[in-house]
Structure formats: structure tokens, C-alpha cells
Design a protein around this ligand. Structure first.
Ligand code: PLP
Length: 484
């Protein structure tokens, strides 16, 4: 007889153990919610000492009660709390309640999305979710998509399909079979100078190196400058380079700025290029009735990165790579006798591994299914609109002050600004802004972002929490100003 129960099975003893462990976990989590701050404050060395163990695998285990006691003492109090209105550092949101329930279901049954026989209903649900997402972002029935581990993988997937499409359709070269063509060092893709670093990571992973990414300057609104892009492409073509893709950012990491998709579409068509949209951040805007028009251009892009673990507030990981023409997924298809047999597919069994870089993969689509159906359009619109309205409010408050510099008017829900030192202060602005962020993190329970814009250290509010309010933003601003 094994000492501890292993799985949830029909046996009464296993059901009891499951319920007991889940209830104990819920109790521990709920009792850790004893303050509203975003972080308890420990610094890295203190925290490292607190969790240090030479005995990860002791001779005899301490049992579930024993480990829960340790979790309550060491881990739960020190977790950062993205659900707090004191948390606004990154594109990292809280998890909606219903999506935590979804996580319990998907972890309990642990479906794997690679083949139909490992995930029958889960496969059919993912197919349905993807079909509906294609509609939501303006693709017709030729569109398709797949869940991924996050925006970085969705970007890699989009860019890889772009490269293979270019090689197949323009160079008559099959990369899947033969690898990169001899002239691969001439390949160029274009993204704005403030695009996410997953562009370079992707070209590195694709064997083309960082040099393949050309950084295009942004205008005053932090959007890709299309006139400059045109000039750069013209010069590159003259110099024998092979432009294959433009990657627009729909919601830049720091500013939430949106590159002009319709104009980029025209340029891509002129030069025979693929248009990828990194909408890891901005994809959420489509849910707001008031602001959806700002991202309507997504429909003209050949591939779209949609992240559900950012604006959509679903638990990590949850992302989608959408493709306008499903035929391009062929680049990721490879058949194996042990998994995705063609004869099964002829009989209607769908093996989602055919579209994915991953093999084993989570049933993340359940979180979207539950949350979309539960809240509906109206519920979702309210959540996303609030976040964008809050950013607009905070921006207007900052603009009224002459001791704060605001970098750009937000198009989504991020506000980047920098405090200016008081007259006669000996501290320079960069040092002061850095000091204030650290002070907030370790002494005030408030976690905000920090970045550099045009060589200056700036602070950043990334507002992804619909519980945030103008009153609370006023309080936070007063607190920050008091630390100058
Ligand atoms: C614009 C943009 N694209 C892609 C990513 C990468 O997404 P992920 O962290 O889900 O891999 C991020 C992350 O913040 C981002 O801001």
C-alpha cells in the first residue's frame, strides 16, 4: 500500500484525499490574503536565505500537511500579487477567478493537446475557440491558429511561417526539407526600434541571427515611421537584401503604442512581404466596444500574436498564434507513426501537433472558453475599457504638473513618465526615479515599472487591473511625489 494517495480516481479514498488537499490549498491561499499590497518587501538576499534548502529530496517526505505549513510560512506571504491595485509593473496581470477554476480542471485531467486520443474533447474545444478567435480578429474561414506558451513563441511561430512562405513562394525553396538557402544572410525583417526582443530571439533561433532584424525608427507617438521604413527597404533592395517580413507591434511593451497596420499592409504588398502583428499586448483592446477600432487593422495582417496572459487576465501560460492562410501551417507539420497518423486524420481525428512547435501542450483553450462564455461581450468590454480609461485619466493628471514629464499619450493602458527633481535638489533625475521605484517595492508594497526612454530613466504604470480607479491612482501619485 502506497503511503500517499496518487491521483483522483473513482475510489472514495482518492476522492476524499483530493477534496482535502484542494480545500487545504484554498484555505491557505485565502488566509494569505491578509493585506492589499502587491509585495511584502523582502530583498533578494533575504529571500534567498529564507527559501534555501539542501534537502529538496529528503530521505522521508514531510507529507502534505508538512509541506503546506512550509508554503504558508515561506512562499505565500512573499508572492507578488498582480491582483493588487498596487501592482502595475509589467504586462502581467491577475488571473480571473473563473480561469483559476479552469486551471483546476485542466491540471486535474492533464490532457495533452498533441493528438486527438490524448485530448478528444479538449481538441474539439481548442478548434472551436480558434475558429471564433479568427472571426474576432477579422479572419475568414481560411484562418487558423494554435495555442502556444506565450507571446515569444507566438512571435517565433509567425516569423517562421513568414520565412518559409517567402522561401517557398518567392525563391521556390523548401526550408523544411533543405534548411536555409545559400543567400540566407541577405534575409531582412523589419520591426520598430522599440519592438519586443523576441524578434531578435526568433531570428537567432531561425538560424538567421540578430542581423536579420532591421530596427525602424519610431515617430513622436512611438509608432513605426512608415516613411523611414520605405526608405530603408528601398535601400536594402538596391543593396541586394531580401526583405521578407514586417513585424508590426500592436501595443509596444513600454508605451502600448500601435504601429499603423493599413499603411504597413500597403508596403508589404508592394514589396511582396508578410505582415506579422505582435499584438501580445494590444490584442485585448478588441474586447472594448469603445476602443476596438484602434486595433481593427489586425484583420489585414498575415499572422497575429494574441496573448491571453496579459490584458485578458488569464493565468500563465495562455497565448495564440493566428494565421490568415491555414496552408502556411504546413511548415510545422511532420507525421509520426506513434502520434499523428495520416490515416486517422483522413477519418476526422484532428492532431493539433501538426500546427505546433510543442508536442506535449496544455489545454489552455479551456480558460478562454470558460471566461468568454461566462462574461460575454458586455462583461469583457467593461473590463478592458476601464483599464484604458484609467490610463487616460492618469495621463491627464500627470500632464497638469510641471514636476513630471510624460513621454507619450497612451493608446492602450500604459503610462510612462519621469519625476523631475525639485529645484536645488542634489540628486539627478535618473537616480531619483530609480530610488523611488526601489523604495516603493521594498517599503511601500507598491510594484511599478521602470524603463529607459531616449536615454532617460522613466517610471511606468502598466494598468491591467480593472479594479484600479482614478481615486487610487491619485493616491499612488501622491505617494510617489512624497518620495521625491
Ligand atoms: C510586445 C510584446 N511582445 C511579446 C512579448 C512576449 O510575450 P511572452 O512574455 O508571453 O512570451 C511581450 C512581453 O511582454 C511583449 O510586450
Amino acid at each position: 500500500m502506497l503511503k500517499n494517495n496518487l491521483f483522483l480516481t473513482p475510489a472514495e479514498a482518492d476522492k476524499k484525499a483530493y477534496v482535502k488537499m484542494m480545500e487545504a490549498t484554498v484555505d491557505a491561499v485565502v488566509s494569505a490574503m491578509d493585506h492589499s499590497h502587491a509585495y511584502a518587501g523582502m530583498g533578494p538576499y533575504e529571500l534567498r536565505d529564507a527559501v534555501h534548502t539542501d534537502e529538496l529530496l529528503p530521505e522521508q517526505g514531510c507529507g502534505f500537511d508538512g509541506i503546506m505549513a512550509e508554503i504558508k510560512e515561506k512562499i505565500l506571504p512573499n508572492l507578488v500579487r498582480p491582483m493588487s491595485t498596487d501592482y502595475m509593473a509589467h504586462l502581467h496581470g491577475a488571473a480571473l477567478l473563473e480561469s483559476i477554476a479552469a486551471e483546476l480542471i485542466l491540471s486535474t485531467f492533464n490532457q495533452s493537446m498533441d493528438s486527438w486520443d490524448q485530448a478528444p474533447v479538449a481538441t474539439e474545444i481548442e478548434v472551436e475557440v480558434i475558429r471564433n478567435l479568427c472571426k474576432l480578429y477579422g479572419y475568414d474561414e481560411n484562418g487558423d491558429g494554435v495555442f502556444t506558451s506565450g507571446g515569444s513563441q507566438s512571435n517565433l511561430s509567425g516569423l517562421l511561417l513568414a520565412r518559409d512562405w517567402f522561401c517557398n513562394s518567392k525563391l521556390n525553396w523548401d526550408v523544411k526539407k533543405f534548411g536555409l538557402p545559400d543567400n540566407f544572410r541577405k534575409f531582412r525583417m523589419y520591426s520598430s526600434e522599440i519592438a519586443h526582443f523576441s524578434m531578435e530571439k526568433s531570428t537567432h533561433l531561425m538560424g538567421m541571427g540578430y542581423e536579420a532584424v532591421v530596427k525602424v525608427p519610431v515617430d513622436d507617438a512611438m509608432r513605426m515611421d512608415c516613411a523611414k521604413l520605405r526608405e530603408i527597404i528601398e535601400a536594402d533592395v538596391k543593396n541586394g537584401y531580401l526583405p521578407f517580413c514586417v513585424a508590426a507591434t500592436i501595443g509596444t511593451t513600454d508605451f502600448g503604442s500601435i504601429d499603423p497596420m493599413d499603411e504597413l499592409r500597403k508596403i508589404c504588398d508592394e514589396y511582396g512581404m508578410w505582415l506579422h502583428a505582435d499584438a501580445a499586448y494590444g490584442s485585448g483592446v478588441v474586447m472594448s466596444e469603445k476602443y476596438a477600432h484602434r486595433v481593427a487593422g489586425l484583420a489585414v495582417c498575415d499572422s497575429i500574436t494574441v496573448d491571453f496572459h496579459k490584458m485578458f487576465m488569464l493565468p500563465i501560460s495562455c497565448s495564440v498564434s493566428l494565421i490568415k492562410d491555414k496552408a502556411n501551417f504546413d511548415a510545422l507539420t511532420i507525421h509520426a507513426d506513434y502520434l499523428n497518423r495520416e490515416e486517422d486524420e483522413e477519418d476526422g481525428y484532428i492532431n493539433l501537433v501538426n500546427k505546433s512547435m510543442q508536442t506535449t501542450r496544455r489545454f489552455d483553450a479551456l480558460k478562454v472558453w470558460i471566461s468568454f462564455r461566462m462574461r460575454g461581450k458586455a462583461g469583457w468590454s467593461e473590463l478592458i475599457t476601464r483599464c484604458i480609461d484609467n490610463a487616460h485619466y492618469f495621463y491627464t493628471q500627470l500632464k497638469k504638473r510641471d514636476d513630471v514629464e510624460v513621454i507619450v499619450e497612451p493608446e492602450i493602458s500604459s503610462v510612462v513618465f519621469r519625476l523631475l527633481p525639485a529645484a536645488g535638489s542634489e540628486e539627478d533625475a535618473d537616480t531619483m526615479n530609480k530610488r523611488i521605484r526601489r523604495k516603493l517595492l521594498h517599503h511601500k508594497g507598491v510594484v511599478i515599472g521602470q524603463t529607459v526612454c531616449r536615454g532617460n530613466v522613466c517610471l511606468k504604470f502598466t494598468l491591467l487591473n480593472p479594479l484600479q480607479s482614478p481615486e487610487k491612482l491619485d493616491e499612488l501619485l501622491a505617494l510617489i511625489l512624497s518620495l521625491r
